[in-house]
Design a binder for this molecule. Structure first.
Ligand code: M6R
Length: 608
């Protein structure tokens, strides 16, 4: 994940920038750079590869330090990890670093080129710099110019900006990607991707809200919200130790990890999508032509990720996909051979049953793939092919962001394999890939339902049982919703395929039985709606998670509806995971259970 640091103290900042970038290394990166400014003169150094390369260049060329500076570790999204694409970018008077993906980058780039812009890099960041630079030519108020230019961006991003000639002005903006402000322990102000990056300089941290802008000088700072209104945000005291395991402004790791989802999904997708061509980058070793079937094995939440993928893979790759929980799979003596692509999905990469299944598959000659979050884990070491997720450390026992990254990888895999086999129209593959790039913004938009979910959570906290229902890819999301709720609230919850209800569970329904029905506006919406009406006729206490465009008709039935952003059927598992995670979280908070370390559970289940 890209890392951002900005410092304004009026004293030399280069050493501080490098120290901070070192603390951001854990996020992963493939190039780095810093820029400082003094008396309007900008000095910049960038290097591909590790920070040591940047430090060598600085040593060789000599530091020309300044009292304000910005630095960046870049995880390549638009454009290769070259020095030319490394940040900071300088466009006229604008010096900028960026984390995120600008979705309308292609349109903005075309517009800028048509107006004669000289675009030097392949990055979307440079486009932002041009927009700001152009706006500064027609608008003398820097704050307004920045807000207007950034207002044109669609996507998720965090930015740090300097303007030539403004030696005492450090600018930050965030939408979808995290950015914090630090009040210097000794002097000055800082902005950074997280509190850890600022820990050498500041214990007083302000977590910017969605859409916020910050304009900092060495002596003061002001924050504007997304409507351009001046706002105050709380100052939090964060000790270094806490910064290492930083919960940010959240009470629990689960909330922190939940809100990181736009960011980590973006970084995971960046690894698998060539954003310039909107094509999928597949591991060369993954020659799908060799395989007759796919087997996917995992546990818990990771199993539900595999369940979602079964729908995608069978539909797009048109290959038979078998899924099973690892604890069953490993003892049922399943036939495997070298024509089988065997995929395990695991956050930890250490789950005993999943690991045993992986070893079994290897013994039988299957080609093994591990979709894992911990790159040093046993599964990552033992599988033939690793498809990493980039969720970062997941501390909360209940998995949130790891699941979202697992389905991100599996979505790209479905398109990639279908393309390799020529089983998808290339235009459709491009369109689906493009849709995936909208996910960081879409997930971010889903966060607006939180107030509605809190109300629902208060009701759910009073009940003993909950049924979650869904069809198609919403069925595994219903299962995941039930798992999440029971693990952290201890309320009994079950997930069912909506169409299966009448084969037994419908007997449970009376006015005391709460049901959460996941009904995106997709190809099975009408079928799910029929199920909703069957349950309503029997007096069930129904809440429907549906799209904005369908919410009104559900409410007309006299039922509760929570409206999610409209999205395609393909993206619906991502969107509808948000409300089920939030519901579990807020119910647990309301009930006062141990959200991050629920009773009886372990983060990594390394025993059978
Ligand atoms: O580390 P893994 O992904 O292999 O773990 C699998 C399950 O133990 C895990 O998903 C578990 O179900 C979580 N507590 C769910 O929130």
């Amino acid at each position: 994940m890209c890392g951002i640091i900005g410092i304004v103290t009026g004293k030399p900042v280069a050493g501080g920038l490098i120290a901070s970038l070192k603390l951001l290394e854990y996020r992963g990166y493939d190039s780095a750079g810093i820029a400082t400014m003094q008396n309007g003169t900008v000095w910049r150094e960038r290097a591909a590869g590790k920070l040591a390369n940047l430090e060598h260049k600085i040593k060789d060329h000599g530091v020309k330090d300044g009292g304000i500076g910005i630095g960046h570790t870049r995880w390549a999204t638009h454009g290769a990890p070259t020095e030319a694409n490394a940040h900071p970018h300088i466009i006229d008077n604008v010096i900028i670093v960026h984390n995120g993906i600008i979705e309308n980058y292609a349109e903005l780039r075309d517009e800028l080129l048509a107006n004669g812009a000289d675009i030097k890099s392949d990055t979307d960041t440079e486009i932002i710099g041009h927009l700001i630079s152009n706006q500064l030519k027609v608008e003398s108020n820097i704050e307004t110019a920045i807000q207007t230019a950034i207002g044109r961006l669609t996507g998720a991003f965090a930015l740090a900006i300097m303007i030539k000639g403004q030696d005492d002005l450090l600018i930050g903006a965030r939408k979808g990607c995290p950015l914090v402000v630090g009040i210097g322990d000794v002097e000055g102000h800082y902005i950074g991707s997280d509190a850890l990056a600022l820990s050498p300089f500041s214990r007083q941290i302000v977590y910017l809200d969605e859409g916020d802008f910050v304009f900092a000088t060495k002596d003061s700072f002001k924050i504007f919200d997304q409507n351009g209104q001046s706002v105050e945000r709380d100052v939090n005291i964060v000790e270094l130790q806490a910064a290492t395991m930083d919960k940010g402004k959240h009470k629990h790791f689960m909330a922190k990890e939940f809100f990181e989802q736009p960011d980590v999904v973006q970084h995971t997708l960046a690894h698998y999508i060539d954003l310039k061509s909107n094509t999928i980058k597949l591991d060369d070793k993954l020659d799908i032509n060799k395989f007759e079937r796919i087997v996917m094995v995992s546990c818990g939440t990771a199993f539900y990720a595999a369940m979602v993928a079964k729908y995608w893979l069978e539909n797009t790759v048109k290959i038979s996909v078998e899924i099973d929980v690892a604890s069953e799979y490993r003892y049922r003596n399943p036939p495997l051979n070298s024509k089988c692509l065997f995929i395990v999905v695991s956050q930890s990469g250490e789950t005993a049953d999943t690991l045993a299944a992986l070893r079994l598959a290897k013994q039988q000659g299957a080609v093994t793939v591990a979709i894992v979050n911990v790159p040093t884990s046993t599964m990552a070491r033992e599988a033939d092919i690793i498809l990493p997720t980039f969720a970062g450390t997941e501390v909360c026992v209940a998995s949130t962001k790891a699941f979202m990254c697992q389905i991100s990888v599996l979505a790209t895999l479905s398109i990639g394999l279908a393309t390799s086999l020529g089983r998808i129209d290339p235009a459709k593959a491009t369109a689906m890939t493009k849709e995936l790039t909208q996910l960081p913004r879409l997930i971010n938009d889903c966060f607006s339902i939180e107030a509605d979910i809190i109300k629902l959570a208060h009701d759910i906290s009073k009940v003993e049982h909950v049924l979650f229902l869904g069809r198609h890819t919403s069925f595994p999301i219903a299962m995941e919703g039930a798992l999440k709720l029971k693990e952290i609230t201890y309320i009994h919850a079950e997930g069912y395929a909506a169409g299966e209800l009448k084969h037994g569970p419908i007997a449970l329904i009376d006015e005391k039985m709460p049901l959460i029905i996941i009904a995106p506006d997709n190809e099975v919406y009408e079928k799910t709606r029929s199920n909703i009406e069957e349950i309503a006729a029997r007096g069930g206490d129904i809440t429907v998670f549906t799209s904005k465009s369908r919410a009104a008709e559900i409410r007309k039935l006299g039922l509760k509806a929570i409206a999610l952003p409209d999205c395609s059927s393909f993206l619906s598992p991502f969107v509808y995971t948000i409300p089920v995670q939030l519901l579990a979280y807020h119910t647990a908070v309301h009930m006062g259970t141990d959200v991050d370390q629920p009773r009886n559970l372990a983060k990594s289940v390394t025993v059978e």
